[in-house]
Design a protein around this ligand. Structure first.
Ligand SMILES: [Zn+2]
Length: 232
């Protein structure tokens, strides 16, 4: 079996059989990787508290037959303790982990996405104002995997869209106000304010909901944390 070592973030942990966990990691060197952590559930000594969310860890795993991976070792590089101790930070932190989980393909290396994940968790851990950065995170995460909406110019008439436009989920782009109004509901557009982080609370939440809807449509995945964060 080949042994591999890399830096990673824990995205998800699920119970597997009686004694094990399956842990989904986002790694620097291999992209998203799922490992079986044998005996991790049965014995608290096996990995201690090192398989929790919001940890930056260094992992060692081995790949067996049928590409099944087994976690051998996991050590904490840094922890984002404030996220675990604050409900609001925990909500948005979970939303970010689910975004990365849903947008990334298994074992496709994407170091831009890794860097975005690290920077975003650091921001949530350290700063008080969290929601301002969420739409920008969503847009950048979509950009890292080539799914971002085209926001520069109107997809109907080609004119530059400066501030407000109508985001079309299906078209994957923005329409200017004029085109959006002319075609009404037929372009399936939603009002979208481009200035990501200088908006009021209501506009930011509207942008987050719209980008989440966009992401769900283009990935076909559900977001369990959406309901949780939209209660804000
Ligand atoms: Zn237009």
């Amino acid at each position: 079996m080949i042994e591999k070592i890399t830096q990673a973030f824990i995205l998800k942990k699920t119970v597997y059989k009686e004694a094990d966990y399956i842990v989904s990691f986002y790694t620097y060197d291999f992209g998203k990787v799922s490992c079986i952590a044998r005996n991790a559930k049965k014995s608290s000594k096996r990995f201690g508290g090192r398989l929790e969310l919001f940890l930056n860890v260094k992992i060692k795993f081995k790949e067996g037959i049928k590409h099944i991976k087994y976690l051998e070792d996991c050590n904490i590089v840094s922890s984002y303790a404030d996220i675990m101790n604050d409900l609001d930070k925990y909500k948005w932190g979970s939303f970010i982990l689910e975004y990365i989980e849903n947008l990334s393909e298994t074992e496709q290396i994407n170091q831009d996405l890794f860097a975005l994940l690290q920077k975003s968790l650091e921001h949530i851990n350290e700063k008080h104002n969290i929601i301002n950065m969420i739409p920008r995170f969503q847009y950048r995460a979509l950009m890292c995997v080539g799914l971002n909406p085209q926001l520069k110019s109107c997809f109907k008439c080609g004119k530059d869209v400066n501030d407000i436009g109508y985001l079309s989920i299906r078209q994957g782009g923005i329409a200017c106000v004029q085109c959006g109004k002319q075609s009404g509901a037929s372009i399936e557009g939603f009002k979208f304010v481009k200035k990501f982080d200088k908006n009021d609370h209501k506009t930011i939440m509207n942008n987050i909901a719209l980008l989440t809807r966009f992401t769900k449509f283009h990935t076909g995945k559900e977001f369990k944390s959406e309901k949780f964060v939209m209660e804000n």
